[in-house]
Design a protein around this ligand. Structure first.
Ligand code: ZN
Length: 157
C-alpha cells in the first residue's frame, strides 16, 4: 500500500467529471487500498479518486472506524429528509462550511468483487455519500455551502 498525495483546491483535477470504471483490474484494487490508507493518514472520513489525481468514479468512506465503504461507479438511488451541519474536505484544508444534505441516502455501487451493492446511510454517512459522489462530477461542498464558518465557530476536537 502507498499513501497518495491529496490534490488541493485550485487544481483543475477537482473540477473534472470522472469516467466510470468498466473493469476491476489489479490497478483498481490497489487504488482502493491506497485511497483507504491515504484517507486514514489524513484523518478523513471519505476520499474520492479525483482527490488523489485519478479521474475515475471511485470513492472510499470510513465514518465508523473499521467500517469501510468502497464504492465503484456509485449512484444515489434514493434520498429523504434534510440535515444541515458543518462540512469540510481534505482538498480544502482548514475550512468548514454549513451544508444542507438529505438525512437518509441510499447509494448503488459496485464493490471490488464486481458485485452490485446498495448501502443506506443516515446523518454523517448520508452526508459523506453526497459529498464524495459530488467530487466525481467536479463539485465541491463550497459550491453549495449556506455559508462558510469563521474560525471561532469551529470546534477544535
Ligand atoms: Zn471532499
Amino acid at each position: 500500500m502507498a499513501k497518495l498525495k491529496i490534490v488541493k483546491i485550485g487544481d483543475e483535477t477537482l473540477r473534472k467529471v470522472c469516467r466510470p470504471v468498466d473493469k476491476i483490474t489489479p490497478r483498481i484494487t490497489t487504488l482502493l487500498d491506497d485511497m483507504v490508507e491515504t484517507m486514514r493518514a489524513a484523518n478523513g472520513v471519505g476520499l474520492a479518486a479525483p482527490q488523489v489525481g485519478v479521474l475515475r468514479r471511485i470513492v472510499v468512506i470510513e465514518v465508523e472506524p473499521g467500517e469501510v465503504y468502497e464504492l465503484i461507479n456509485p449512484k444515489i438511488i434514493a434520498f429523504s429528509g434534510e440535515q444541515e451541519d458543518a462540512e469540510g474536505c481534505l482538498s480544502v484544508p482548514g475550512k468548514w462550511g454549513l451544508v444542507k444534505r438529505p438525512m437518509h441516502v441510499t447509494v448503488r455501487a459496485m464493490n471490488r468483487e464486481g458485485e452490485t451493492v446498495d448501502y443506506t446511510g443516515s446523518e454523517l454517512l448520508a452526508r459523506c455519500f453526497c459529498h464524495e459522489l459530488d467530487h466525481l462530477d467536479g463539485k465541491l461542498y463550497i459550491d453549495k455551502a449556506e455559508r462558510m464558518l469563521s474560525e471561532d465557530e469551529i470546534e477544535v476536537e
